[in-house]
Write a protein that binds this ligand. Structure first.
Ligand SMILES: Cc1cc2nc3c(=O)[nH]c(=O)nc-3n(C[C@H](O)[C@H](O)[C@H](O)COP(=O)(O)OP(=O)(O)OC[C@H]3O[C@@H](n4cnc5c(N)ncnc54)[C@H](O)[C@@H]3O)c2cc1C
Length: 396
Protein backbone atom coordinates (compact mmCIF):
# COMPACT_ATOMS: atom_id res chain seq x y z
CA UNK A 1 0.00 0.00 0.00
CA UNK A 2 1.25 3.52 -0.70
CA UNK A 3 0.03 6.91 0.39
CA UNK A 4 0.96 10.48 -0.43
CA UNK A 5 1.01 13.61 1.67
CA UNK A 6 2.81 16.94 1.71
CA UNK A 7 4.56 16.54 5.07
CA UNK A 8 5.16 13.41 7.15
CA UNK A 9 6.11 13.91 10.80
CA UNK A 10 7.91 10.96 12.39
CA UNK A 11 7.15 10.88 16.12
CA UNK A 12 3.96 11.68 18.01
CA UNK A 13 5.60 13.28 21.05
CA UNK A 14 5.33 16.86 22.22
CA UNK A 15 7.48 18.32 19.44
CA UNK A 16 6.05 16.38 16.51
CA UNK A 17 2.52 17.19 17.65
CA UNK A 18 3.33 20.88 18.21
CA UNK A 19 4.65 21.04 14.65
CA UNK A 20 1.55 19.25 13.33
CA UNK A 21 -0.69 21.72 15.16
CA UNK A 22 1.21 24.77 13.87
CA UNK A 23 1.27 23.50 10.29
CA UNK A 24 -2.47 22.84 10.51
CA UNK A 25 -3.10 26.36 11.83
CA UNK A 26 -1.27 27.72 8.79
CA UNK A 27 -3.47 25.54 6.55
CA UNK A 28 -3.18 24.48 2.93
CA UNK A 29 -0.82 21.61 3.56
CA UNK A 30 -1.48 17.89 4.07
CA UNK A 31 0.17 16.56 7.24
CA UNK A 32 0.46 13.00 8.56
CA UNK A 33 1.96 12.15 11.96
CA UNK A 34 3.36 8.64 12.37
CA UNK A 35 3.80 7.35 15.93
CA UNK A 36 5.09 3.84 16.52
CA UNK A 37 3.42 3.47 19.92
CA UNK A 38 0.79 5.74 21.41
CA UNK A 39 0.90 9.53 21.43
CA UNK A 40 3.20 11.07 24.05
CA UNK A 41 4.37 7.64 25.25
CA UNK A 42 8.05 8.55 24.73
CA UNK A 43 10.09 10.92 26.88
CA UNK A 44 7.23 13.44 26.90
CA UNK A 45 5.57 11.17 29.45
CA UNK A 46 8.55 11.70 31.80
CA UNK A 47 8.72 15.48 31.62
CA UNK A 48 8.77 17.66 34.73
CA UNK A 49 6.90 20.25 32.67
CA UNK A 50 8.68 23.26 34.14
CA UNK A 51 7.95 26.59 32.50
CA UNK A 52 10.46 29.44 32.89
CA UNK A 53 12.09 31.92 30.55
CA UNK A 54 15.43 31.95 32.33
CA UNK A 55 17.82 31.31 29.45
CA UNK A 56 21.09 32.95 28.45
CA UNK A 57 20.19 32.46 24.76
CA UNK A 58 17.74 35.20 23.72
CA UNK A 59 15.95 33.03 21.12
CA UNK A 60 15.24 30.39 23.77
CA UNK A 61 14.05 32.94 26.30
CA UNK A 62 11.69 34.36 23.66
CA UNK A 63 10.44 30.88 22.74
CA UNK A 64 9.78 30.11 26.41
CA UNK A 65 7.97 33.47 26.73
CA UNK A 66 5.72 32.55 23.80
CA UNK A 67 5.22 29.01 25.12
CA UNK A 68 4.03 30.27 28.49
CA UNK A 69 1.44 32.43 26.76
CA UNK A 70 -0.01 29.38 25.02
CA UNK A 71 -0.03 27.29 28.22
CA UNK A 72 -1.78 29.98 30.23
CA UNK A 73 -4.49 30.42 27.56
CA UNK A 74 -4.66 26.78 26.47
CA UNK A 75 -8.43 26.52 26.89
CA UNK A 76 -8.92 29.35 24.40
CA UNK A 77 -6.07 28.48 22.01
CA UNK A 78 -6.17 24.68 22.02
CA UNK A 79 -9.60 24.00 23.47
CA UNK A 80 -8.13 21.84 26.23
CA UNK A 81 -6.62 22.03 29.70
CA UNK A 82 -2.86 21.37 29.70
CA UNK A 83 -2.51 21.27 33.49
CA UNK A 84 -0.64 24.58 33.63
CA UNK A 85 -0.18 26.01 37.13
CA UNK A 86 1.14 29.56 37.23
CA UNK A 87 3.00 29.10 40.50
CA UNK A 88 5.82 31.48 39.46
CA UNK A 89 9.48 30.52 39.12
CA UNK A 90 12.52 31.46 41.19
CA UNK A 91 16.17 30.86 40.32
CA UNK A 92 18.79 31.36 43.01
CA UNK A 93 22.57 31.65 42.44
CA UNK A 94 25.70 32.03 44.54
CA UNK A 95 28.07 35.01 44.44
CA UNK A 96 30.09 33.53 41.56
CA UNK A 97 27.03 33.67 39.28
CA UNK A 98 25.30 36.82 40.50
CA UNK A 99 26.58 39.01 37.62
CA UNK A 100 25.34 36.48 35.04
CA UNK A 101 21.94 36.38 36.70
CA UNK A 102 21.62 40.17 36.55
CA UNK A 103 22.71 40.24 32.91
CA UNK A 104 20.19 37.54 32.02
CA UNK A 105 17.38 39.37 33.78
CA UNK A 106 18.24 42.59 31.90
CA UNK A 107 18.16 40.68 28.61
CA UNK A 108 14.82 39.06 29.53
CA UNK A 109 13.28 42.44 30.28
CA UNK A 110 14.31 43.64 26.83
CA UNK A 111 12.42 40.67 25.42
CA UNK A 112 9.28 41.72 27.30
CA UNK A 113 9.49 38.93 29.86
CA UNK A 114 7.99 39.72 33.27
CA UNK A 115 10.90 39.11 35.66
CA UNK A 116 12.37 40.83 38.69
CA UNK A 117 15.45 40.59 40.86
CA UNK A 118 14.25 39.77 44.37
CA UNK A 119 16.02 39.71 47.71
CA UNK A 120 16.24 37.08 50.45
CA UNK A 121 13.23 38.46 52.31
CA UNK A 122 11.02 38.24 49.26
CA UNK A 123 12.06 34.64 48.60
CA UNK A 124 11.47 33.77 52.26
CA UNK A 125 7.89 34.99 51.77
CA UNK A 126 7.41 33.11 48.51
CA UNK A 127 8.93 29.84 49.78
CA UNK A 128 8.59 29.72 53.58
CA UNK A 129 11.07 27.55 55.43
CA UNK A 130 13.78 27.59 52.79
CA UNK A 131 17.42 28.05 53.79
CA UNK A 132 18.74 31.00 51.79
CA UNK A 133 22.03 32.10 53.36
CA UNK A 134 24.24 30.54 50.65
CA UNK A 135 22.49 32.40 47.82
CA UNK A 136 23.68 35.80 46.58
CA UNK A 137 20.89 36.73 44.13
CA UNK A 138 17.51 35.57 42.89
CA UNK A 139 15.29 36.19 39.88
CA UNK A 140 11.54 35.74 40.09
CA UNK A 141 9.27 35.16 37.09
CA UNK A 142 5.62 35.59 38.13
CA UNK A 143 4.45 33.92 34.88
CA UNK A 144 6.45 30.71 35.42
CA UNK A 145 5.15 27.44 36.74
CA UNK A 146 4.58 23.94 35.45
CA UNK A 147 2.30 22.12 33.07
CA UNK A 148 1.51 18.54 32.19
CA UNK A 149 3.52 17.51 29.14
CA UNK A 150 1.27 14.55 28.33
CA UNK A 151 -1.88 16.70 28.43
CA UNK A 152 -0.13 19.38 26.39
CA UNK A 153 0.89 16.95 23.65
CA UNK A 154 -2.62 15.49 23.58
CA UNK A 155 -4.05 19.02 23.30
CA UNK A 156 -1.79 19.74 20.30
CA UNK A 157 -2.98 16.46 18.77
CA UNK A 158 -6.65 17.21 19.37
CA UNK A 159 -6.42 20.62 17.73
CA UNK A 160 -4.30 19.28 14.86
CA UNK A 161 -6.87 16.55 14.18
CA UNK A 162 -9.71 19.09 14.23
CA UNK A 163 -7.80 21.04 11.58
CA UNK A 164 -7.37 18.00 9.36
CA UNK A 165 -4.07 16.39 10.35
CA UNK A 166 -3.97 12.61 10.03
CA UNK A 167 -2.41 10.98 13.09
CA UNK A 168 -1.56 7.29 12.94
CA UNK A 169 -0.57 5.45 16.12
CA UNK A 170 0.94 1.96 16.23
CA UNK A 171 2.73 2.92 13.02
CA UNK A 172 6.51 2.59 13.22
CA UNK A 173 8.65 4.14 10.53
CA UNK A 174 11.20 1.57 9.43
CA UNK A 175 13.29 3.86 7.25
CA UNK A 176 13.49 7.17 5.47
CA UNK A 177 13.26 6.60 1.72
CA UNK A 178 15.96 8.21 -0.38
CA UNK A 179 15.40 9.07 -4.06
CA UNK A 180 17.92 8.71 -6.89
CA UNK A 181 19.05 12.31 -6.32
CA UNK A 182 19.88 11.61 -2.67
CA UNK A 183 16.83 13.49 -1.41
CA UNK A 184 14.24 12.14 1.03
CA UNK A 185 11.08 11.13 -0.85
CA UNK A 186 9.04 9.61 1.96
CA UNK A 187 9.09 6.86 4.55
CA UNK A 188 8.79 3.10 4.70
CA UNK A 189 6.64 1.72 7.49
CA UNK A 190 7.24 -1.33 9.65
CA UNK A 191 4.63 -3.31 7.69
CA UNK A 192 6.33 -2.52 4.38
CA UNK A 193 3.85 0.17 3.32
CA UNK A 194 5.25 3.38 1.85
CA UNK A 195 4.21 6.98 2.16
CA UNK A 196 5.49 9.53 -0.35
CA UNK A 197 5.98 13.01 1.03
CA UNK A 198 7.31 16.36 -0.11
CA UNK A 199 9.08 16.71 3.23
CA UNK A 200 9.76 14.49 6.23
CA UNK A 201 10.11 15.94 9.72
CA UNK A 202 12.20 13.89 12.11
CA UNK A 203 10.78 14.41 15.61
CA UNK A 204 11.50 11.05 17.13
CA UNK A 205 13.43 12.26 20.16
CA UNK A 206 16.19 10.02 21.53
CA UNK A 207 15.38 7.49 18.79
CA UNK A 208 16.15 9.91 15.95
CA UNK A 209 19.78 8.85 15.26
CA UNK A 210 18.70 5.31 14.35
CA UNK A 211 16.48 6.65 11.54
CA UNK A 212 18.90 9.37 10.41
CA UNK A 213 21.99 7.11 10.28
CA UNK A 214 20.93 4.89 7.36
CA UNK A 215 20.00 8.08 5.46
CA UNK A 216 23.62 9.18 5.77
CA UNK A 217 23.11 11.67 8.59
CA UNK A 218 25.10 11.32 11.79
CA UNK A 219 23.04 13.12 14.45
CA UNK A 220 25.08 14.22 17.47
CA UNK A 221 22.41 13.14 19.97
CA UNK A 222 22.88 10.92 22.99
CA UNK A 223 20.32 9.64 25.52
CA UNK A 224 21.25 11.02 28.95
CA UNK A 225 19.45 9.30 31.84
CA UNK A 226 17.89 11.64 34.39
CA UNK A 227 16.32 10.57 37.68
CA UNK A 228 13.36 12.16 39.42
CA UNK A 229 12.23 11.83 43.04
CA UNK A 230 8.77 12.44 44.41
CA UNK A 231 9.03 13.42 48.04
CA UNK A 232 6.23 13.56 50.57
CA UNK A 233 7.09 16.58 52.70
CA UNK A 234 5.02 15.68 55.76
CA UNK A 235 2.56 18.49 55.21
CA UNK A 236 0.44 19.35 52.17
CA UNK A 237 2.28 21.80 49.93
CA UNK A 238 0.43 24.80 48.67
CA UNK A 239 1.18 26.02 45.13
CA UNK A 240 4.82 26.91 45.85
CA UNK A 241 6.98 28.46 43.13
CA UNK A 242 9.14 26.23 40.97
CA UNK A 243 12.65 26.62 42.39
CA UNK A 244 15.97 26.29 40.51
CA UNK A 245 18.77 25.97 43.02
CA UNK A 246 21.97 26.79 41.11
CA UNK A 247 24.07 26.51 44.26
CA UNK A 248 23.15 22.89 44.97
CA UNK A 249 22.33 22.14 41.29
CA UNK A 250 18.86 20.83 41.93
CA UNK A 251 15.32 21.87 40.99
CA UNK A 252 12.02 21.19 42.68
CA UNK A 253 8.37 22.04 42.38
CA UNK A 254 5.05 21.02 43.87
CA UNK A 255 3.03 18.19 42.38
CA UNK A 256 -0.76 18.40 42.13
CA UNK A 257 -0.73 15.46 44.60
CA UNK A 258 0.93 17.68 47.22
CA UNK A 259 4.32 15.99 46.91
CA UNK A 260 7.56 17.65 45.88
CA UNK A 261 9.05 16.72 42.50
CA UNK A 262 12.85 16.85 42.76
CA UNK A 263 15.26 16.77 39.81
CA UNK A 264 18.94 17.12 39.10
CA UNK A 265 20.70 20.10 37.49
CA UNK A 266 24.25 18.77 37.81
CA UNK A 267 25.35 17.53 34.40
CA UNK A 268 29.06 17.29 35.16
CA UNK A 269 29.01 13.44 34.98
CA UNK A 270 26.24 12.54 32.54
CA UNK A 271 25.04 8.95 32.43
CA UNK A 272 24.40 7.90 28.84
CA UNK A 273 21.89 5.05 28.60
CA UNK A 274 19.99 2.80 26.23
CA UNK A 275 16.61 4.56 25.82
CA UNK A 276 14.92 1.16 25.48
CA UNK A 277 16.62 -0.42 28.48
CA UNK A 278 17.41 1.90 31.38
CA UNK A 279 16.53 1.63 35.06
CA UNK A 280 13.24 3.44 35.67
CA UNK A 281 13.87 4.13 39.34
CA UNK A 282 16.32 6.31 41.21
CA UNK A 283 19.64 4.76 42.21
CA UNK A 284 20.51 4.68 45.94
CA UNK A 285 23.42 7.08 45.36
CA UNK A 286 21.17 9.59 43.61
CA UNK A 287 18.65 9.37 46.44
CA UNK A 288 21.33 9.96 49.05
CA UNK A 289 22.86 12.97 47.29
CA UNK A 290 19.57 14.59 46.39
CA UNK A 291 17.83 14.05 49.70
CA UNK A 292 20.94 15.51 51.34
CA UNK A 293 20.65 18.60 49.14
CA UNK A 294 16.94 18.87 49.92
CA UNK A 295 17.52 18.51 53.66
CA UNK A 296 19.99 21.36 53.41
CA UNK A 297 17.64 23.59 51.44
CA UNK A 298 14.38 22.80 53.23
CA UNK A 299 15.37 22.09 56.84
CA UNK A 300 11.86 22.90 58.04
CA UNK A 301 10.28 19.92 56.24
CA UNK A 302 8.54 18.10 59.10
CA UNK A 303 8.66 14.51 57.87
CA UNK A 304 10.11 13.99 54.40
CA UNK A 305 9.82 10.56 52.81
CA UNK A 306 10.41 9.30 49.28
CA UNK A 307 7.02 8.54 47.79
CA UNK A 308 8.22 7.37 44.38
CA UNK A 309 10.91 7.73 41.76
CA UNK A 310 11.39 7.24 38.04
CA UNK A 311 13.85 8.10 35.27
CA UNK A 312 13.80 9.32 31.70
CA UNK A 313 16.33 10.18 29.00
CA UNK A 314 17.17 13.61 27.66
CA UNK A 315 18.10 13.65 23.94
CA UNK A 316 21.24 15.72 24.44
CA UNK A 317 23.27 17.47 21.78
CA UNK A 318 26.87 18.61 22.41
CA UNK A 319 25.68 22.12 23.40
CA UNK A 320 22.52 20.97 25.19
CA UNK A 321 20.35 22.89 22.74
CA UNK A 322 17.95 21.64 20.07
CA UNK A 323 18.38 21.25 16.35
CA UNK A 324 15.43 22.80 14.51
CA UNK A 325 15.79 23.26 10.77
CA UNK A 326 16.59 21.63 7.48
CA UNK A 327 19.00 18.68 7.45
CA UNK A 328 21.84 18.51 4.95
CA UNK A 329 19.73 15.88 3.16
CA UNK A 330 17.16 17.44 0.84
CA UNK A 331 13.53 17.39 2.07
CA UNK A 332 14.47 16.24 5.56
CA UNK A 333 13.70 18.58 8.47
CA UNK A 334 15.05 18.09 12.00
CA UNK A 335 13.25 18.83 15.28
CA UNK A 336 15.47 16.86 17.63
CA UNK A 337 17.92 17.12 20.50
CA UNK A 338 15.77 19.07 22.95
CA UNK A 339 18.26 18.16 25.68
CA UNK A 340 15.84 18.12 28.61
CA UNK A 341 14.19 21.49 28.02
CA UNK A 342 11.75 20.96 25.18
CA UNK A 343 8.50 21.30 27.12
CA UNK A 344 8.40 25.03 27.79
CA UNK A 345 9.37 25.94 24.22
CA UNK A 346 7.18 23.35 22.45
CA UNK A 347 4.47 25.75 21.18
CA UNK A 348 7.20 28.01 19.77
CA UNK A 349 9.01 25.01 18.27
CA UNK A 350 5.82 24.21 16.38
CA UNK A 351 5.58 27.78 15.09
CA UNK A 352 9.25 28.03 14.12
CA UNK A 353 9.19 24.67 12.33
CA UNK A 354 6.02 25.59 10.43
CA UNK A 355 7.57 28.95 9.46
CA UNK A 356 10.73 27.27 8.20
CA UNK A 357 8.93 24.48 6.38
CA UNK A 358 6.44 26.77 4.64
CA UNK A 359 8.35 30.07 4.27
CA UNK A 360 12.00 29.24 4.90
CA UNK A 361 12.30 31.91 7.62
CA UNK A 362 11.24 32.64 11.19
CA UNK A 363 8.30 35.06 11.47
CA UNK A 364 9.18 35.91 15.08
CA UNK A 365 11.85 38.66 15.16
CA UNK A 366 13.19 37.61 18.57
CA UNK A 367 13.65 33.97 17.48
CA UNK A 368 16.70 33.59 15.24
CA UNK A 369 16.29 30.35 13.29
CA UNK A 370 20.03 30.25 12.57
CA UNK A 371 20.67 29.57 16.27
CA UNK A 372 19.24 26.08 15.91
CA UNK A 373 20.87 25.03 12.64
CA UNK A 374 22.36 21.53 12.42
CA UNK A 375 25.57 22.86 10.87
CA UNK A 376 26.65 24.73 14.00
CA UNK A 377 28.37 21.64 15.40
CA UNK A 378 30.53 21.03 12.31
CA UNK A 379 31.31 24.77 12.19
CA UNK A 380 32.50 24.63 15.79
CA UNK A 381 30.00 27.34 16.73
CA UNK A 382 27.80 25.79 19.42
CA UNK A 383 24.76 27.64 20.75
CA UNK A 384 25.79 28.83 24.19
CA UNK A 385 24.51 31.21 26.83
CA UNK A 386 25.54 34.86 26.58
CA UNK A 387 25.81 34.92 30.38
CA UNK A 388 26.77 31.41 31.43
CA UNK A 389 26.59 30.12 34.99
CA UNK A 390 29.78 28.65 36.32
CA UNK A 391 29.18 25.01 37.22
CA UNK A 392 25.63 25.06 35.88
CA UNK A 393 25.91 26.08 32.25
CA UNK A 394 23.73 23.51 30.54
CA UNK A 395 20.12 24.23 29.64
CA UNK A 396 20.34 27.89 30.52
C1 LIG B 1 12.93 13.39 33.06
C2 LIG B 1 12.64 14.56 32.14
C3 LIG B 1 12.27 15.78 32.68
C4 LIG B 1 12.04 16.87 31.84
N1 LIG B 1 11.65 18.05 32.38
C5 LIG B 1 11.43 19.13 31.58
C6 LIG B 1 11.02 20.37 32.13
O1 LIG B 1 10.83 20.50 33.34
N2 LIG B 1 10.82 21.43 31.29
C7 LIG B 1 11.05 21.33 29.95
O2 LIG B 1 10.92 22.33 29.23
N3 LIG B 1 11.40 20.15 29.39
C8 LIG B 1 11.59 19.06 30.17
N4 LIG B 1 11.95 17.86 29.63
C9 LIG B 1 12.15 17.79 28.17
C10 LIG B 1 10.87 17.58 27.39
O3 LIG B 1 9.96 16.82 28.10
C11 LIG B 1 11.25 16.91 26.08
O4 LIG B 1 12.18 17.75 25.39
C12 LIG B 1 10.07 16.63 25.16
O5 LIG B 1 9.03 15.99 25.83
C13 LIG B 1 10.56 15.75 24.03
O6 LIG B 1 9.53 15.59 23.11
P1 LIG B 1 9.85 14.87 21.72
O7 LIG B 1 8.60 14.93 20.95
O8 LIG B 1 11.09 15.45 21.13
O9 LIG B 1 10.27 13.38 22.13
P2 LIG B 1 9.38 12.14 22.62
O10 LIG B 1 8.34 12.54 23.57
O11 LIG B 1 10.33 11.09 23.08
O12 LIG B 1 8.65 11.70 21.30
C14 LIG B 1 9.29 11.00 20.26
C15 LIG B 1 8.28 10.01 19.73
O13 LIG B 1 8.81 9.39 18.57
C16 LIG B 1 8.33 8.07 18.54
N5 LIG B 1 9.19 7.29 17.66
C17 LIG B 1 10.49 6.95 17.84
N6 LIG B 1 10.95 6.24 16.81
C18 LIG B 1 9.92 6.13 15.93
C19 LIG B 1 9.76 5.50 14.67
N7 LIG B 1 10.78 4.83 14.09
N8 LIG B 1 8.55 5.57 14.05
C20 LIG B 1 7.51 6.26 14.63
N9 LIG B 1 7.61 6.85 15.83
C21 LIG B 1 8.80 6.80 16.47
C22 LIG B 1 8.40 7.63 19.99
O14 LIG B 1 7.58 6.53 20.25
C23 LIG B 1 7.98 8.90 20.72
O15 LIG B 1 6.60 8.91 21.03
C24 LIG B 1 12.18 16.73 30.43
C25 LIG B 1 12.51 15.50 29.89
C26 LIG B 1 12.74 14.41 30.72
C27 LIG B 1 13.11 13.09 30.12
Amino acid sequence: MAGTTDIVIVGGGLEGLAIAWSLAERGGVGVTVLERGTLCSGMTAKSSGIVRCHYGVPSLAAMARDGAEVFSSAEQILGADVGFRRTSYIVGVGEVNAASLRANVAMHRELGIEVELVDHDAVAQLWPGMRLDDFAAFAHEPGGGHGDAYLTGMAFAKRARELGVQILQGTPVEALRIGPGGDVIGVELGNGDRIDAGAVVLASGVWSPELAGPAGLDLPIRPQREQILLVGTGEPLRDVPVFSDLVNLQYFRGEPSGELLVGNSDHSSPEFADPDGYSNRADPGFVEVNIGKLDHRLPAMPDPRIASSYAGCYDVTPDYNPIIGPAPVENLFLAVGFSGHGYKISPAVGKLAADLLLDGASSEPSVDAADFRFERFAEGRPLVSRNPYRGAGEMR
